[in-house]
Ligand binder design. Sequence first.
Ligand SMILES: [Zn+2]
Length: 250
Amino acid sequence: MPEGDTVLQTAQRLHTALAGRLLTRSDLRVPRFATADLTGRTVLDVTPRGKHILTRVEGGLTLHSHLRMDGAWRVYGPDERWRGGPGHQIRAVLGNAERVAVGYRLPVLELLQTADEESVVGHLGPDILGPDWDPDTALRNLLADPARTVGEALLDQRNLAGIGNVFRCETCFLARTTPWLPIGDLPAPQQLVTAAKKLLEANRARSRRHLYVYGRGGLPCRRCGTPISKTTEDDRPVYWCPRCQLGPVP
Ligand SMILES: [Zn+2]
């Protein structure tokens, strides 16, 4: 039985291989979705939710898969031999110019509307850009486990929905904390919620993102001029200003 961390690692590998790239290959080998074609769409992100893996693509679609007992996703280079099992065990193939992801023995594989994810994978926290946005509930959820780091709590969509890695970095900058501070130690945690809302609203209104720290490693901080720091965590880049943001660093 794959553990949560296996699912997490699988989702991270898939994310690294697929996210931000256009699908040039799409083959779902289950009867219900055999004619579905995802080519020409960009993969937005691959997110684990409990033991589920959600591959979100442009156009509001999510490919939901579950590994259960012995399912697996493998990632190959374009000329690499596929070694995950015999061909008849393949349930899904998703590929771009550099990588191809092959899903073997997946007992659950379905295409659904991203908006309907909750119906299959459980409860999401208040959606920052949704009509039901509720900052008090989001704050209460974030603080439910005070020992968790700010960065982990912000990414957990059960607390509040909508923050990916980019806005995790940006939210921490505006709230003047590093992502590694235990969230219970934040002097004014409501600033996180306010900052997240402000950033996502601003991003929705603008065609081009204005970023404070993300993608700006080595460049001067927009507030204080100190070079922005960068590290990599779980295959994701993390950026912060070592002067403006207080708290532990790796
Ligand atoms: Zn700064």
